[in-house]
Design a protein around this ligand. Structure first.
Ligand code: ATR
Length: 513
């Protein structure tokens, strides 16, 4: 279930949040601690609790600062407030058939006021979520903590563990714990906070968490907890409600990767195909840990992005020998951007950047043989570009800020065709003059934080060049503007992104069991 955490500081504000996300959630969490004191007073005096949406369950949560909330006062008044809401309001909602929950931290079971709230909840049919938060990290044995939480409360309580996920290793531990408690009597709630925990939020139905929280980023303090997204993105992009324990998992690993466009592309594709599959960004700081996650979640296919393309290419070093195969492009470029597990369970690696780069270019220039092309940059992206160009018969000049790097790239690919190298400076102009049918921009200049910067300020476009800018964000770099103003034909990074993603989608489609 998608639980929408209402984070406005007034009841009217919460009501507006409901209107913004109507239809995208199954529960609402009323965060009492985020309300202003006068609003809390108003609420407890009101004849009834705001119901807001029909059929939607309600969680009452009054969170302390130490657990990531806003309440910094004494604990007894906090618990007494919750008690009066349970006695005076929640009980009647339950009688009307609404499901009502309260979130109580595990340590309040030790104080009289906490026990009183729990007793009142049990009497009135209000279900208790017994929560523990850890903002320092993920415990070594989260399953044991969930067991402790289950043991410290009464029957029917839902243990909830929300932990900071500090890296891929923590996420493995959390998913493993979810796996080990899955199928046990009752439900559990598991929340991985922070960027590395993101997959646990959007894969909650897949890993067996009773609910996942989403919140409104527009509220004054942003999202209600680190790593949350809004309920519409959960419902629509990640198709949360159609996920189940058998949903196939695909994803992208990178770092950072939460702003990648790939989830939008591939989830839409799965939706179009009617496939019970979901595609999730996995911020990854430890590739070996991620491999464990691949097994745990039975991940069928992966996109790979910076900085992991080279390391993942290493998985295919022994290609052919150990149930792994890969495309010739992957071997030649030494970078992998796609991994799939084929129907026989073998790992297959590919580099769809090569074809993804060529396809939009060939629409403009169908025959690249003997065309003079200058490639700006000699990093990872340039490798796929240079390989694609040489394999298509183009003459290539690589210009790079660090000239040695350009020269070693040219040296490495010399056996594939005509390639030369130089520094990214005005001295390169004579060479550029014989390699200017096409100019390909692969450096990070023009992207944040160098927005508006120009990697080739000393060159004037004549209008006959084709400029290929592989940056897609921003959609219009300064170099693109200059080339367009001179009358050049321009290929944008978005076209390359889509072409490589389409190739990936074809490979993912071949993994159907
Ligand atoms: P990617 O995989 O995206 O290509 P990379 O391997 O880090 O990333 O390569 C970045 C490229 O952008 C390199 O060619 C780099 O030039 P250097 O090899 O000289 O570092 C280039 N680049 C980054 N910042 C630059 C700048 N301010 N001016 C010119 N080139 C720059």
């Amino acid at each position: 279930m998608i639980c929408f955490t209402l984070s406005a500081d007034t009841l009217d504000g919460m009501s507006a949040q409901i209107d913004r996300y109507r239809g995208c959630f199954d529960m609402v969490e009323l965060r009492l601690d985020l309300l202003k004191q006068e609003e809390r007073d108003k609420l407890v005096r009101a004849a009834s609790l705001p119901v807001w949406s029909d059929g939607v369950a309600l969680i009452l949560t009054f969170r302390r600062q130490t657990d990531g909330g806003a309440w910094s006062g004494e604990d007894t008044p906090r618990l007494n407030y919750v008690l009066s809401l349970v006695e005076n309001h929640a009980a009647s909602l339950v009688r009307e058939g609404r499901r009502v929950f309260i979130d109580l931290e595990d340590d309040v079971g030790a104080v009289a006021a906490g026990r009183e709230v729990a007793d009142a909840a049990a009497r009135h049919g209000v279900r208790i979520i017994r929560s523990r938060h850890d903002f320092q990290g993920t415990p070594d044995d989260p399953a044991a903590v969930l067991g402790e939480l289950a043991a410290c409360g009464g029957p029917g309580e839902i243990p909830k563990l929300a932990v900071q996920v500090r890296g891929s290793r923590d996420l493995v531990r959390l998913v493993r714990a979810a796996d080990s408690v899955r199928g046990n009597a009752g439900s559990v709630i598991i929340v991985g906070m922070g960027p590395y925990g993101f997959p646990s939020r959007v894969l909650a139905p897949r890993i067996g968490s009773f609910l996942s929280y989403g919140s409104d980023p527009g509220a004054g303090r942003g999202h209600a907890a680190p790593g949350q997204i809004d309920p519409r993105t959960m419902a629509e992009l990640y198709r949360y409600r159609s996920q189940g324990p058998n949903t196939e998992v695909f994803g992208i690993i990178g770092n950072p990767v939460l702003h990648s466009r790939s989830p939008a592309f591939h989830n839409a594709e799965f939706e179009r195909q009617g496939r019970d599959a979901v595609y999730v960004p996995f911020p990854t700081d430890d590739i070996e840990a991620f491999r464990e996650l691949m097994t745990l979640l039975d991940i069928r296919g992966l996109s790979v992005t910076i900085p992991h393309k080279e390391v993942v290419a290493g998985w295919f070093n022994g290609a052919g020998a150990q149930g792994v195969t890969c495309s010739p492009e992957l071997t030649a470029v030494g970078a992998c951007n796609t991994v799939v597990r084929d129907a026989g369970g073998n790992l297959v690696g590919a580099n769809t950047d090569v074809e993804g780069f060529l396809e939009p270019l060939l629409r403009r220039v169908p025959d690249l043989r003997n065309r003079g092309v200058t490639v700006l940059g000699a990093g990872g992206a340039a490798r796929a570009v240079v390989y694609a160009l040489l394999s298509s018969g183009a003459r290539v000049l690589v210009l790079n800020r660090n000239q040695d790097r350009a020269e070693s790239l040219a040296h490495e690919y010399a056996h594939l065709g005509q390639i030369s190298a130089g520094a990214l400076s005005p001295e390169a102009l004579p060479l550029l003059a014989t390699h200017n049918d096409i100019v390909v921009q692969t450096t990070s200049v023009g992207m944040a934080p160098e927005l508006g910067a120009d990697p080739l300020p000393f060159y004037r476009f004549s209008g006959t060049e084709v400029l290929y800018e592989i940056i897609y964000s921003p959609p219009q770099t300064r170099l693109v503007s200059r080339a367009q103003a001179a009358g050049c034909s321009v290929v944008g990074g978005e076209e390359m992104f889509n072409a490589q993603a389409e190739r990936q989608a074809q490979l993912f489609a071949q993994t159907v069991k």
